[in-house]
Each structure stands twice: as structure tokens, then as C-alpha cells.
Design a protein around this ligand. Structure first.
Ligand code: CS2
Length: 477
């Protein structure tokens, strides 16, 4: 039995006001933003959170209500376990349970200062850097903006209510794994607003700020092992609680239209430009994660920790980070990237986390562009090789093919298109070229570059023929 440290909070919950609306309140938000806020509230401020989900998740919010919004974050690794009690949630909101008007009215309340988002990459409904007007949810919300269902439609409608109520603006804070996530949120919201009402769009441009943030903590989905640990740590098999790694990092652009909690008191870094931190984390951590997830599934490894027990794969992941990702990055203050890579490898090896390769492989079509394809393009333009980056991209192509052929679920926003390609294209060159034609993932002209296509195809062939050790060995030839 591990030693368990217990950390409770001492702020007055009754004094909290609903000042942050968090859309996409799932495992990650519980274990990341809420931990920072919980600690920052020691200063006696009144920043309470309304936990909101838009689609699934109503049962989770009901369960949180029944628990008076109290839960624990269990931070665990091979050195020990800390159970933190979290009390910063003051209400929950789900439009399907409470009605869309309640949600829009909440955004219009003068106390509300921040809408924070963990809606995943696909939640921004962007394509080629613009709002995807063909996205069925966006098309429906533009058709009837008074009953929106997408995050973007909801935020614009709520801001419309707020403007009409005569209140000032607020901050929309993206906490998703996208480069320049604040600017992307702004693009999606402004383009939607312009199509609705130009006066509203002008008001948003003047009154609403969109800081970027870099967020980091490994938080696997809750499973029975996690529930066992939660029970050991808290005495209750509480499904509101969550297990995460001890490490956490949050870098926030200082750009808030209506104030913010003093997150820096809980260790957040408040900086003028988050860009270099975002790229570093997205390419080195998330890039290596997608690389390991797709290769790991192909090798039959269930978790990232299992991947770390394969010395060849572990070395390849470190080499990807140090030799191929780090050289594409701008310098980051006080960061030694080789040390960062070593720390990531140690975090990936945390045997208390059941971080499943298939969970990370979810939605890879929306993740790969910023994690592996952008760095590959950078190397291509500089005339440099990046064989492990190609192997990671090829591993996704292979993962899609074998998953579809095995009749397994393929959770991905492009699921239908991907299944169609596997069905229509013969395996090998035809298939790789058909995948390269997916405009949402690969930039349109990439297929014209033999220096991109050849190594990608060679990596795909190697993965099709042999085991992943063989494919990794081939990258060294
Ligand atoms: C992972 C991330 O599922 C994924 O795509 O790469 O959730 C990762 O665990 C976090 O970004 C770590 O901060």
C-alpha cells in the first residue's frame, strides 16, 4: 500500500460566485485547471466554477451535483500518492438537462468573467484555419442561432445575450492542445459572429479577449484500476474523482478582459507569449504520444507505460523528440530540451497510470497536423530528413487500416471518410496516396513532394511487413 498524503482546502465555499464557466468539464479539467484554481482560492477570492458539458456527460454532472460538487484528484506515481480535495466547483450546467436558455443566460450574468474551454481539437470546428461552414453542427447553428448546440454557436449566442443585457465583455480562454489556441478560438467565434450579426461581431472584437494557454498534465480516462486507487486513497469508489500524474504545468498569456484568479499562486506561469511553450509541448510531448499510441496499438501494447518497457520504442520516442522535434522549436526560456525529453520519458513510464494507447489514438486526424505533420513540413523545407516523424505518420495510416479491417471502433471526426478510403483503396501505394489527399489532415500539395512521399511510403511498407522493431531499425538505414 503506498503512503498517501491528503491535502484539503480551507477556503469558504459559500463565498464562491459563478465567475468561470468551464465548457467541456471532463477528466482533464477536473485534474488540471480545477487543481490550480483550488490552490489559488487560498487568497480568499471568490472565483467559483460552473462545470458545463454540451453533449454527453449529463450523468457525470448529475453525479457531481449529488456529491455537492466535491471530489478528489489523486496524483500518483511510483514514488507516492497525494489525494487533493477539490471544492472550487459551485454548480453544473447541461443545456439538455437545464435548457439552452439557462446556459445563454449564465453567459449574460455580470459576475461571469471567463469562459474556459476543453472541447478537444475537433470542438473548434475549423478547417484550413477558418470556420468549417460545412460542419453539420455549425451549419445547423447558423441556421437557427437561438438554439445552438456547438461550443462556438453557444458562445456567440451567449455573448449576444450579454451584449443585449448591457454588460461588458469577458475572456474566452482555450485550454486545448492546439497551437495558438486563443487565436483559433477567436477565429472560429469571430467568423461565426460575422455571419450572424456584424454589430455583435464588432462588440466581441472590442470586448472579449482570447488568451492562449499551454496546458499539461497526463490524465487517463477513469477505469477500474483508477477507481481502486481512489478507493484506497479516499475510502470511497467515487466516480467523480480522477487519477492523474503528479506533474502539472500551465502557461497562460496575460490577456484577460474581466480579471482572473491569481493562478500564479498555484504555480501557473503568466507570460506575454505562450507560442514557444505551446509548440514545445505539442511537438515533444503530444507528438511523441501520438507516435507511441499508433505504434503501440500496432505492437499490441495497451498502455504508454507498456510502450516504455520496450527499449527500442522508448529510445525511438526519445530520439524523435531530441533529434527531430527539438530542432524545429524556437528557444524556450530556461528550458533544456534534452532534459525535457528525459523528463517526458520518465513521465510516460509512470506505471500507476493506465494511459491507453487507443485513448490517445482517438481523433488522431485532428491531432497529427500540429504534432507530426507541421514539423515534417519544416524539415522538408529545410532539406532535412526526419525518419521517425515519417514513421509516426505512417503508423497512423497503418493504425487506421488495421483498425477498420479488424472491424474495430475508430473514434475520429473523419471516421466515415477514413473507413471509405480503406474500403476503396488497395493496400500499399494507392492507400497512402488516398490518405494524403485528405485535405483536413495533409496540406494539399504534400503529395507532390517525392521527398515527403517516398520516406512516408517506405515507413508504411516497413510497418506493413514486419514488426515495429523492424520498422524502427529501417529508419536508421
Ligand atoms: C494526449 C494528451 O490524448 C492525447 O492526445 O496526447 O491528452 C496528453 O496526455 C496531454 O496533452 C498531456 O498534457
Amino acid at each position: 500500500m503506498p503512503t498517501i498524503d491528503h491535502v484539503t482546502f480551507s477556503f469558504d465555499r459559500a463565498a464562491l460566485k459563478p465567475r468561470i464557466l468551464h465548457i467541456g468539464f471532463g477528466a482533464f479539467a477536473r485534474a488540471h485547471q480545477l487543481v490550480y484554481l483550488n490552490e489559488a482560492l487560498a487568497d480568499g477570492s471568490d472565483w467559483g466554477v460552473i462545470a458545463c458539458r454540451l453533449n454527453s456527460g449529463q450523468d457525470d454532472l448529475d453525479a457531481l451535483d449529488r456529491a455537492d460538487h466535491l471530489y478528489h484528484v489523486i496524483e500518483a506515481d511510483d514514488h507516492g500518492v497525494t489525494a487533493r480535495e477539490i471544492g472550487a466547483v459551485c454548480a453544473t450546467l447541461h443545456p439538455k438537462r437545464d435548457g439552452i436558455e439557462r446556459l445563454l443566460d449564465q453567459i449574460a450574468q455580470p459576475d461571469l468573467s471567463i469562459i474556459s474551454l476543453t472541447i478537444t481539437e475537433k470542438g473548434y470546428t475549423l478547417r484550413d484555419g477558418h470556420l468549417d461552414l460545412e460542419h453539420p453542427g455549425i451549419a445547423a447553428d447558423l441556421n437557427d442561432p437561438t438554439a445552438p448546440a456547438t461550443a462556438i454557436g453557444v458562445i456567440v449566442a451567449g455573448l449576444d445575450w450579454r451584449r443585449k443585457a448591457g454588460h461588458g465583455g469577458l475572456t474566452v480562454m482555450s485550454c486545448d492542445n492546439l497551437p495558438h489556441n486563443g487565436a483559433l478560438a477567436r477565429t472560429a467565434i469571430m467568423e461565426f459572429a460575422r455571419l450572424r450579426d456584424l454589430d455583435l461581431a464588432d462588440w466581441i472584437a472590442q470586448e472579449v479577449s482570447f488568451p492562449s494557454t499551454m496546458i499539461d498534465r497526463i490524465v487517463p480516462a477513469l477505469d477500474s484500476d483508477a477507481l481502486d486507487l481512489i478507493e484506497t486513497a479516499t475510502g470511497s469508489r467515487d466516480e467523480n474523482s480522477i487519477v492523474a500524474e503528479p506533474f502539472r504545468q500551465w502557461v497562460i498569456e496575460d490577456n484577460f478582459a474581466a480579471g482572473r484568479p491569481a493562478w500564479e499562486k498555484a504555480g501557473a506561469q503568466i507570460v506575454p507569449d505562450v507560442g514557444p511553450y505551446e509548440d514545445m509541448k505539442l511537438r515533444m510531448l503530444n507528438g511523441a504520444h501520438s507516435f507511441l499510441a499508433c505504434l503501440g496499438v500496432l505492437a499490441g501494447y495497451r498502455t504508454i507505460a507498456d510502450c516504455m518497457n520496450d527499449v527500442t520504442l522508448k529510445q525511438a520516442a526519445r530520439q524523435l523528440m531530441v533529434d527531430e522535434q527539438a530542432p524545429t522549436l524556437q528557444p524556450v526560456e530556461d528550458m533544456d530540451l534534452a532534459q525535457y525529453a528525459d523528463d517526458l520519458i520518465a513521465r510516460f513510464g509512470n506505471s500507476r497510470l493506465n494511459h491507453q494507447t487507443r485513448q490517445i489514438a482517438t481523433d488522431t486526424s485532428a491531432k497529427l497536423p500540429q504534432r507530426l505533420i507541421a514539423p515534417a513540413i519544416q524539415h522538408l523545407h529545410q532539406g532535412e530528413d526526419c525518419p521517425l516523424t515519417y514513421l509516426g505518420i505512417a503508423a497512423w495510416l497503418r493504425y487506421v487500416r488495421v483498425t477498420v479491417e479488424a472491424g474495430l471502433p475508430l473514434p475520429d471526426p473523419l471516421e466515415a471518410e477514413l473507413r471509405q478510403i480503406v474500403q476503396d483503396a488497395d493496400d500499399g501505394g494507392d492507400y497512402v496516396m488516398a490518405m494524403l489527399a485528405l485535405g483536413q489532415v495533409f496540406s494539399p500539395d504534400l503529395a507532390d513532394y517525392p521527398r515527403f512521399v517516398r520516406p512516408l511510403f517506405a515507413a508504411y511498407e516497413a510497418l506493413s511487413q514486419g514488426d515495429i522493431g523492424h520498422a524502427i531499425a529501417q529508419t536508421k538505414e
